[in-house]
Ligand binder design. Structure first.
Ligand SMILES: [Zn+2]
Length: 285
């Protein structure tokens, strides 16, 4: 956290040093095209084939075949969700929020891709529609769908408040993922990872750099829609923070369910999908 009253006086050339122009760390113009317009056209031909209701303060898992679309829909009331993604066939390949953030920015929207961890580093999903794209950044510098906040978890809550709370997104995802794959909870927990905070409205304090949140602008009917680039297992937790306007990691907030729908454009179209290759980097011999 940056000190509001620093202990050291600025040097004589402080202004010059601070006025150096930044550059983008990872320009993405060389990435393969996301084929957004083609995906939007295919989406129109899709039909819903499955859905999952995720109850408040719980999580659920659902499979999405490559070449299908899935959307996370707000129902009943403002609610944020914590999303994990795994390769359906090898859950060691999972969503890499940190590198996704480095490539696409702090908050995701239409056209951005969700990348997997090392050594795979390939697109797992592409965002094809976002009904909250109008929000952009507000006067507080906050926006929706962040990849900056990890997930609420019982360990941090214990450290900060001394309380044992059992329905944090980390715990919800661990339970849902473990029981879906019928694996031990201890092993399941090692595969839970940093999330895409769907619908959550967040940013960093301009003064201290601290992670901040405010009431989500999401309303019933809003959705975030993805195209599955590989066969996916998705885990979604309906965060105990509800719209995250006040508090998470407790039973205080009003919470609502979230809905995941899977849409299939049909086998003929799906079979034309070319799965992204895993990263081709060759290690030194
Ligand atoms: Zn949460």
């Amino acid at each position: 956290m940056k000190l509001i009253n620093p202990e050291h006086a600025p040097p004589s050339d402080a202004q010059k040093r601070k006025s150096e122009k930044p550059v983008v760390c990872y320009p993405i113009n060389s990435l393969p095209d996301n084929n957004l317009e083609a995906l939007k056209a295919v989406k129109k031909k899709s039909r819903k084939v499955s859905e999952l209701v995720v109850n408040p303060r719980q999580a659920g898992c659902i499979e999405i075949p490559k070449g299908c679309f899935f959307k996370i829909v707000s129902v009943e009331g403002p609610q944020v969700g914590d999303l994990n993604l795994w390769n359906l066939h090898d859950q060691n390949e999972k969503f890499f929020a940190g590198k996704t953030r480095a490539l696409h920015g702090t908050h995701l929207s239409t056209g951005d891709r969700l990348w997997s961890n090392f050594p795979y580093l390939r697109p797992m999903a592409t965002i094809v529609d976002d009904t909250l794209d109008w929000y952009k950044f507000d006067e507080f510098g906050t926006s929706v769908h962040d990849v900056i906040g990890t997930r609420c978890d019982p360990y941090t809550e214990k450290m900060l408040s001394g309380l044992d709370y059992h329905h944090c997104c980390h715990s919800n995802l661990t339970k849902a993922f473990g029981s879906y794959l019928k694996i031990d909870k201890t092993l399941a927990e090692t595969l839970i990872h940093d999330v895409l905070n769907v619908f959550m409205c967040t940013g960093f304090s301009g003064e201290t750099g601290q992670y901040i949140m405010k009431a989500s602008p999401v309303r019933p009917g809003d959705f975030l829609e993805f195209y599955a680039e590989i066969d996916l297992l998705a885990g979604l937790s309906a965060c105990p923070g509800g719209d995250c306007s006040v508090k998470h990691s407790s039973d205080i907030a009003q919470c609502y369910p979230l809905l995941i729908e899977v849409w299939d454009p049909g086998e003929v179209v799906r079979k034309k999908h070319i799965e992204p290759e895993v990263n081709s980097y060759q290690h030194e011999i």
